[in-house]
Design a protein around this ligand. Structure first.
Ligand code: NDP
Ligand code: CA
Length: 328
């Protein structure tokens, strides 16, 4: 029997080193294990590369390479046995919201429903409130969900909300996605303006959020190209949101050419579906992770032996405060 491995912590030599650090946010649809093996039909990806024993280390490696402060995942069907325990041991607190009727449950030997999961660095942020939402479309309940967490920075006292969602997939459902987006925006409006019992008046005044509501970051697989109505809704909502990845383009106004690229029996599909929205008045995008080139992705597209999902984890972003705020 070997003795346990040495556990060593860093000591911070400057008390405020976390105060000025940008908030790193990562958005990723990691591809549900049951869907990848049992439903998606990724005809150019070897079955061997789709095995959980192969994929789980690649997913964890991708997360730990960038070490986000806030991690938003979709299609998580290994929360309780993998992501929650592994990431908890690395300092993340988290929340999981399964889809009410996950398509994973139709797959033989599934590992439970897939859903959205939200993780944050608990040394940096304190959780004030969590809401699990079941999205509606035209007042009817749907199979899509969102998590909205209100976090307070332990060093600056500043408060912000972060949301993760995964809207209805497939073409023909554009109006449905738009309605889901409208419902989510309305819920976000309420959650960012209502005061939580955990936030006393003194605290709210201190963070200066009483007039405009709490600043917001929304990460999601919207399953919608920028030409869709749901994108327009988010772009023009009263919440004052902008999309982080536009800053990668030359004109600063165009989304990347793709965030997902796969080959199914029906053919090749290359699309921009994933976004990180943020309150323009509260955050500036400091850094975004570049999109891999077509050559890097390779002729068989995604997923593959070297990349575990059909969606890119492109959205690893750093935010810095706007001029009106000294720091996050
Ligand atoms: P969605 O249409 O939102 O798709 C579910 C998943 O399938 C997504 O994760 C999506 O991935 C993936 N997907 C998208 N396109 C394809 C494709 N061409 N081939 C394979 N997979 C694809 O599904 P819902 O959540 O609305 O659930 C529908 C399914 O759930 C049904 O097929 C049924 O199995 C089950 N179900 C649902 C009920 C309900 O109440 N809605 C009731 C009974 C059963 P991505 O986002 O990456 O594109
Ligand atoms: Ca998928």
């Amino acid at each position: 029997n070997r003795p346990p491995r040495l556990h060593r912590d860093f000591m911070m030599t400057r008390a405020c080193s976390l105060q000025n650090a940008p908030i790193r946010v990562m958005q990723w649809n990691i591809l549900a294990q049951a869907l990848g093996e049992g439903k998606d039909g990724f005809v150019r990806c070897p079955m061997e590369a789709l095995k959980w024993s192969e994929r789980k280390y690649l997913i964890l490696e991708e997360i730990l390479t960038y070490r986000p402060d806030v991690l938003c995942l979709q299609e998580v069907d290994h929360y309780f046995d993998t992501f929650q325990p592994v990431l908890a041991s690395l300092g993340y607190q988290s929340s999981f919201c399964p889809k009410p009727c996950s398509p994973c449950l139709d797959v033989h030997n599934n590992n439970g429903p897939d859903g959205c999961a939200l993780f944050f660095n608990r040394r940096r942020f304190q959780l004030l409130h969590t809401a699990h939402l079941r999205l509606s479309a035209m007042l009817l309940k749907t199979n899509q969900v969102a998590i909205v967490a209100t976090l307070r920075c332990r060093f600056t006292g500043r408060v912000f909300c972060v949301a993760v969602t995964h809207l209805k997939a497939r073409s023909g459902w554009e109006a449905f996605r738009s309605a889901q987006g409208a419902h989510l925006l309305q819920q976000l409006c309420e959650l960012t303006t209502q005061s939580h019992p955990e936030m006393d008046d003194e605290n709210l005044t201190r963070v200066g959020e009483t007039e405009d509501g709490i600043p917001l970051v929304v990460c999601g697989d919207f399953n919608a190209e920028p030409s869709e109505e749901v994108y327009r809704r988010f772009m023009t909502s009263p919440l004052g949101l902008d999309s982080a990845y536009k800053c990668l383009s030359e004109d600063g106004n165009t989304e990347p050419p793709y965030t997902s690229w796969k080959i199914r029996p029906s053919g090749e599909s290359r699309s921009t579906l994933d976004y990180i929205w943020y309150s323009e008045r509260a955050f500036q995008v400091d850094t975004v992770l570049k999109i891999p080139s077509e050559e890097q992705i390779g002729p068989d597209r995604l997923p593959s032996y070297h990349y575990p999902s059909d969606h890119l984890s492109l959205h690893q972003v750093r935010f810095v405060p706007t001029a009106s705020q000294h720091r996050w």
